[in-house]
Design a protein around this ligand. Sequence first.
Ligand code: MLT
Length: 394
Amino acid sequence: MNINRNFLQLKDGYLFATVAQKTKAYAAAHPEKKVIRLSIGDVTRPLAPAVIRAMHAAADDMARKETFKGYGPDFGYAFLVDAIRAYYREKGVCLDYDEVFVSDGAKSDCGNILDIFGEDNLVLVPDPVYPVYVDTNLMAGRRIVYLNANEQNGFLPMPDPAVKADIVYLCSPNNPTGAAYTREQLSAWVSYARERGAVILYDAAYEFFVTDPACCRSIFEVEGAEECAIELCSLSKTAGFTGVRCGYTVVPKALVRGGVSLNKLWARRQSTKFNGVSYVTQCAAAAVFSEEGMRECRENIAYYRKNAACIAACLDSLGIWYTGGKNSPYLWMKCPQGMTSWEFFDRLLEEANVVGTPGSGFGRNGEGYFRLTAFGDAAETEEACRRMAAWLRK
Ligand code: MLT
């Protein structure tokens, strides 16, 4: 019996689990302190009323013989797939019915999608990066090359024709840096992928935060992307579904490699390994895309945006460099006084009882940076900013 030895290449703990453990240990040792968590990007606003009503109605459907549902369609109920297609049409993107695959979220699909790619592909990931892209490829034994994202390129690295990658990960607006590619920049990535025959895995989980008209909300807004990209999206951040679990992956039919349709491969993979998302969840998800649902979700996003503005104002007042917070719920700040990411984490926790995420957990280039999330409670976010500022001004 052999285990998958690739797992031995992984760091001991998943970043957010390590942060949670450290926070728990500190809170247990100091029960009198009120610790404020601005670390993992977990939402705090309750679900939109339209979503809750749809969930209740769906639960009632499950209680009656005439409306009860067993296994659903493998790739999502038509009412949800069509709602997603209508949402894309508003962005100027036309999707066929069988190009949309409903899932339990972007994180799982980020890992699962790799099933359809050979293990010998060279993977390109920007550094810093959402750790799931790296870890899932390491688990499969794939070679990874890193692309430097840094202050000089605004944490938005552009393609290097000398790097011959087969799979390219892009996340925009970016986790962890909050930086967002413009349409023009994404267009350069699409050209790179098409010239190389590479495939872009585009994580659009934060698209709902985009306000800058120069930035895209889907890579398929860029001409030619349907021949070289797969888009992974989630309702976690758009609609507060982190605990509900629903997302979708778009695999265009025009995406063909080695004479094989990747759409067909993904359909085959999903129908074999996945039994779909629950009916109740899909009804809730469809309500997100209703006029009322969208309006209510936008109200929640406006609330988080205010938190982002509050953190940004605090960093501005302290003269700390940062990116993000405009088209994104994340602010990516430079650690003050030359501290390393974990030094800043420890001291912020001890001196201000505030938790964030150390930049070095997202890659080598994250060292010396720190991520704060705007998904917290508004009063707590203000309090966290006050405490951080008071500590750093001491
Ligand atoms: C984060 O904090 O980076 C995200 O919440 C993690 C995730 O979406 O899985």
